[in-house]
Design a protein around this ligand. Structure first.
Ligand SMILES: [Zn+2]
Length: 175
């Protein structure tokens, strides 16, 4: 335990390490903005499409049944409408299923593309520390304090944020 304590870097604001903690520890103790970067997940739900197609097909079936019931009155025209409506409902149901499938595949690809960015963001996040005294998130290598915007951007993995934070660190290291 003492070896872990001694590894704690000095806070660049107060130059002490007694209130310094890892990001995970800070997050566990209730500092919300120290949360790890959000893991990419596919947030595509098929439910709206499924519900819509079920309701749509249901309406078509009711209409078809009504038409069958009144077939004797309308005759040939009803038969035409019946066939048309049946075909239309089948095509619509198939199209919706295809569209829903495409959405899920696309969502998977998007999540896969986000994983390298998430890995990078996690690596940066793990290297950061938090000082409770100053409520500051800082990078111990460059002794630079991150802005709230940078911390938020890291968590939400805004495009280019890892590069921005890393560049900022590298720049400070070279000075
Ligand atoms: Zn401090």
């Amino acid at each position: 335990m003492s070896s872990v304590e001694s590894k704690k870097p000095l806070c660049p604001v107060c130059s002490q390490s007694d209130q310094v903690m890892a990001m995970q520890t800070a997050y566990d103790s209730g500092v919300g903005r120290c949360a790890p970067p959000d893991m990419p997940t596919r947030n595509i739900s098929m439910m709206p499409y499924i519900i819509f197609s079920v309701i749509f097909v249901g309406i078509c079936v009711v209409l078809i049944l009504v038409l069958i019931g009144s077939e004797s009155n309308i005759g040939g025209i009803a038969e035409g409408i019946l066939i048309g409506l049946t075909l239309f409902s089948i095509i619509t149901a198939l199209s919706l299923s295809y569209y829903a499938f495409q959405r899920v595949v696309k969502g998977d690809n998007e999540a896969t593309l986000l994983f390298p960015a998430w890995d990078q963001a996690m690596a940066v996040w793990r290297s950061l520390y938090y000082c409770k005294r100053d409520d500051a998130v800082f990078d111990p290598k460059s002794a630079s304090v991150l802005t709230t915007t940078q911390v938020t951007a890291l968590r939400t993995m805004e495009p280019g944020v890892v590069e921005a934070v890393t560049a900022n660190i590298a720049q400070k290291q070279s000075v």
